[in-house]
Structure formats: C-alpha cells, structure tokens
Design a protein around this ligand. Sequence first.
Ligand code: SF4
Length: 313
Amino acid sequence: MSGPYRHLFGPVRSRRLGLSLGLDLVPPKVCSFDCPYCQVGATTSKTLERREYVPVAEVLAEFDRWQAADGRADCITLAGSGEPTLHSRFGDVLKGVARRSSLKRVLLSNGSLFSLPEVRAAAAQADVVKGTLSAWDDESFRAVHHPHASLVFADFFEGLVAMRKAFGGDYWLEVFIVPGRNDQDAQVRQIADLARAIGPDHIHLNTAVRPSADVTVQAVSHARLAELAALFTPVAEVAASGRPADGASGGHVVGDLTERLCAMAGRHPATAEEMAAALGMELQAVISLLAQLVADARLKAEQRGGAVYFTAA
Ligand code: SF4
C-alpha cells in the first residue's frame, strides 16, 4: 500500500545527504522567522508556540507504511514547510524513527529555539543537526530573518553555542547571504568570528538560487560565495547551484505521480530536472506532465537565473 502521504515527501536526492526522505511536522507556513529568501513562501503564522501540530502517532504510522511500501532512502530529514522544532514532540518522532529503522536522522532547523534546554535535548536525538547563522547583531538578525518580535540575537547566538556543547553528532551551520543585507566582507567577517566561537563541524554558504518569498531578493554569484567561504574556519562549503549534484535517479515515487509533482513544487520551487532526478523518471516524461499541470493552472513556471522553476499556482 503506497501513498498518498500527508507528512512524508520525496525522497529527494541531495548532494550532502544522499537520498533523503522528508518529514514535515508543521503546516505551511508555521515558523519563528519570516526570511525574505524563504523558498516555501511568506510565513503565515510567525510564532514561538510549541505544540503537537500533527499527531506523532499519525506521523509514525505513515513512516511504517512508507517502510513497508517503498522503504529506500539514506536518511530521514525533518524539514519542509516551516520550523520543525516548533513541534513539541519532534524528539519523540526522532526516537520513534530510530526504533523502527537505521536511517540517519537529520534535523534542519533555523536554531531559534536552541536556547531552550528541552529543544536541545530533543534535537540531540538526531545524527545531524543544522542551525542558521546569517547575522551578527540584533539589527542584522531582523534584516535577514524577520524573526518573531520576542527573539533577541544574543539569546539566539547563545542557543547555537549551547547546542554545540550538548551535541556530539554532526553539527552544521548554514550562512545565507542576501545582497544588501549581509554580503559585505566586514559583515561576513563578523559572522565568521561568531561561527568560529560556535565550532560547527561544517559551515555551508548559501544564497537565493530559487525563487524567494520576497521576489526582490537576489542571489550573489557563485564566485562571490567562494571568496566569502575563505573567511570561515573551517572554510565554508559553497552550496550547490540548487540542482542535485549527481543528477542521479534512484528516488522512489511516493504516491500518485501528478500529486507528487504538485507537492514537490508546492514545498520548494523546483526545476523539471530536479523533479525527474528525485522521482527517478525520464526528463521528457516529467516535462510533459509539468506542461499539462501548468495548462491546468495547478502549477506555474518562473524563470530564474536561466532556469525554469515550477511552483504552486
Ligand atoms: S527559510 Fe527556514 S527559517 Fe526562514 S522563514 Fe523559511 S522555513 Fe522559516
């Protein structure tokens, strides 16, 4: 019995994680931030309220069903339509997955709740934890992330430090560069100094290669990211162009194909090539389906940086 799934998506192939099964624990778009570069779209519920947005039992039952029907991935990644640590029982989800499978568990977070001991304890159930550091003071924090009004940069930073101390697994920091807000050498040096004090295992430099919540947000060039990467210790890794690095197939279709294409495009703008790679399909077949979905006004196509991205209509 296969799909459709309400909380699982993909798997999608990712350069760093291999074949990654996504798990969405909050509805779109519940987040503590409203980053102008967000690929999911504008935050509709900017909150710090932690609650069981979706029932843990339902999520784990869906995971059991996926394992029985599809079951092939390298890792399971808590990410998706908002901030996963806002789910009050995300640690129980990680524990439940660990009891059921040997999949690597990955938590992609903005780190805004790492100042809470209970969130750090739950996050430590993952094998890989990613937080975000793209600012150096309160003013830049607000410019880059539009955080919830109660969040203060100093506490946020201390939370990232405390998470490092509490976590023996693989700790990643993402630094998102937004032109005009945090892309000057002096600004990035300040971020790099703070990152050094945190001591992550890896630092990833990223920029808005896909359509963003705020359409005026542009990407910096790959060459500029490479220059900035050298300011970090350890030297930052420059994120890929947004396309899967190896372009390999091997993803497994979860649920009805048309619905999967709509779901993928609804979560993150994606190219036909990315969807074909994620679904293990011939590119031409995906292009035909996408053309039909655009004609039916279920998806729309947008040009960005020489590529065509598909998003929800
Ligand atoms: S990029 Fe992440 S942290 Fe920022 S608004 Fe989107 S989901 Fe929230």
